[in-house]
Design a protein around this ligand. Structure first.
Ligand SMILES: [Zn+2]
Ligand SMILES: [Zn+2]
Length: 376
């Protein structure tokens, strides 16, 4: 085990040094492929959502297909660490720890290469574009995914703010559904000396910003609207503005509630723009479904935690952030769980964040124990 951890710790640092943002993970994908080519898996499946790939280890007898997921992408963040393996790509960093998640799967692969599963098969999925919420859906919709459809799917995410190595489990909803809403208001410009000739969206924009954020008060279940950006006209002191944009993030712990919140937000934007005589166009981006943990998959992870004698925390409320693993959890018995990265560790997406290597053996042990249970 020690030699495995040493190898994946080195690999983790190499991945950390050469991060790539969502949808552009070409070199990362190639590096993972090269790593596994040396291990002679039964199959390497490419073209899973552009640069996504899956490594397949077959068992000798019939049994379940167990999929374990890691993410390929990094973030458009300028890293401010000074260690030797800090990012050499300007303005891009592995500030979410996906380098560590990938290294853990590589460690599981090293074990599987020496000891194939007995039953079914194990699939190590390296998915692209987690940060934008696009990747998991792209993988699932890729034609090549049809042949590797799993019976069970597992993933972990490191969690700063929790004790190092503590496993955070929750049944049911684990992370929120979220989506970005873009509202464009269009009126008519005029000279700033004659605002009466313009149709300015200024008042409508203000109304929309405050009303959107109040929408959740009418909804019984948890929901949240956060206005994240707004723009009015251009910087031109001689012009009354004729256009505005408001962007907000919608969040809920339930996909049905998300539908209700979305409908309310759309009708609110339309109502305000109509009242002010403006044209209104609405679009959505970066859509994440709720990650819904399956009871049976939860049992399997819980059992592995007990067997390994790890510290465990049962969480009772879902996290407000989102994870695109929700696209997998809507079709497969699946479980996403947290792994504490240290109470005082820099938060995810902070520019000083670095994945703690202490989690590498814990992650490998956990997934390996689940595989032992399902595929041996
Ligand atoms: Zn992230
Ligand atoms: Zn992440």
């Amino acid at each position: 085990m020690n030699s495995i951890i040493k190898e994946i710790s080195t690999l983790r640092k190499q991945l950390h040094q050469a991060p790539e943002v969502s949808g552009k993970e070409l070199n990362t994908s190639n590096k993972i492929r090269t790593f596994f080519e040396g291990l002679f898996p039964d199959e390497i499946v490419n073209d899973l959502g552009r640069y996504g790939l899956a490594i397949v280890f077959n068992g000798k007898e019939k049994g379940p297909t167990t999929l374990i997921r890691a993410e390929l992408d990094a973030l458009p963040i300028l890293e401010n660490n000074s260690f030797s393996y800090k990012s050499i790509i300007d303005g891009v960093a592995h500030s979410c720890g996906h380098d560590g998640h990938m290294a853990i799967l590589c460690g599981v692969g090293l074990i599987l290469a020496k000891r194939r599963p007995q039953y079914g098969r194990v699939i190590l999925l390296f998915q692209p574009s987690e940060e934008t919420g696009m990747g998991a859906a792209q993988v699932i919709n890729a034609p090549n995914f049809q042949n590797i459809k799993p019976d069970y799917a597992f993933a972990l995410h490191n969690l700063p703010g929790y004790d190092l190595g503590e496993v955070v489990l929750k049944k049911g909803a684990f992370t929120a559904a979220s989506k970005g809403m873009i509202v464009k208001l269009k009126g008519r410009t005029s000279h700033a000396a004659h605002p009466e000739n313009a149709i300015s969206p200024a008042n409508a924009m203000c109304e929309l910003i405050s009303s959107l954020q109040k929408l959740p008060t009418d909804i019984q279940a948890f929901s949240l609207v956060t206005v994240i950006h707004a723009q009015l006209g251009e910087v031109a002191f001689g012009t009354t503005p004729g256009a505005a944009t408001v962007m907000a993030t919608l969040r809920t712990f339930d996909n049905v509630v998300m539908h209700t919140l979305t409908e309310s937000a759309i009708s609110l934007a339309k109502q305000i723009s109509r009242f002010h005589g403006l044209e209104c166009s609405i679009s959505f981006t970066e859509e994440f479904q709720v990650v819904e943990n399956d009871p049976e998959a939860h049992e399997l992870v819980d059992g592995a935690v007990t067997k390994l004698g790890l510290n465990k925390k049962d969480s009772h409320t879902p996290f407000r952030w989102s994870e695109d693993f929700g696209a997998l959890s809507s079709t497969t018995k699946s479980m996403l769980f947290g792994l504490g990265a240290g109470k005082a560790h820099p938060q995810l997406h902070e520019n000083s964040y670095d994945f703690p290597d202490e989690l590498l053996p814990i992650g490998v042990d956990l997934f390996n124990t689940i595989i032992e249970k399902l595929n041996h």
